[in-house]
Unconditional design. Structure first.
Length: 152
């Protein structure tokens, strides 16, 4: 399967090649790592959140989205995660991509320019048609919500 091309616009000049475009770190990776592009480091205290700029704008093809997901190593080691995970970059958004990070750990975490802060996952995103009905077909689950399928 050939993936569509996501066009990338750098919103700031590259200084000595210090900021790479999003990139897959292994041949089987689903997510491309994206890095922080702020001028000065940011320290996130426990439970503090911040929008971290990437210095990039994207043109995602119509019918697709980019999902913004946490990096598992940052979550495990520092409690740093993407607050609205998965975030969505819509195909018609052309502004700077910023990653909303939150520190769920017990110690402050410093985010520096060039740190890999999130993963970008390309996903198909067709728009649904919503059709109002007077009733819905029954299902085995029915109206069972949170926890309705068992304790574990």
């Amino acid at each position: 399967m050939t993936a569509p091309v996501v066009q990338v616009l750098r919103l700031e000049p590259v200084r000595d090649g210090d900021l790479p475009l999003p990139r897959y770190m292994t041949p089987g990776a689903a997510g491309a790592d994206v890095v922080a592009a702020m001028e000065h480091s940011v320290e996130l205290a426990p439970l503090q959140r911040a929008a971290i700029p990437t210095g990039l704008a994207l043109h995602v093809p119509a019918g697709w989205e980019i999902q913004v997901r946490p990096r598992s190593g940052l979550a495990l080691r520092h409690g740093l995660t993407v607050l609205n995970a998965p975030g969505t970059i819509d195909s018609d958004y052309r502004g700077e991509v910023a990653i909303l990070l939150v520190n769920l750990g017990s110690e402050p975490v410093v985010v520096a320019r060039g740190d890999r802060i999130a993963q970008l996952v390309l996903a198909a995103a067709p728009q649904a048609q919503f059709a109002e009905q007077t009733a819905l077909a029954n299902s085995q689950r029915g109206t069972g919500g949170f926890g309705s399928t068992g304790a574990s």
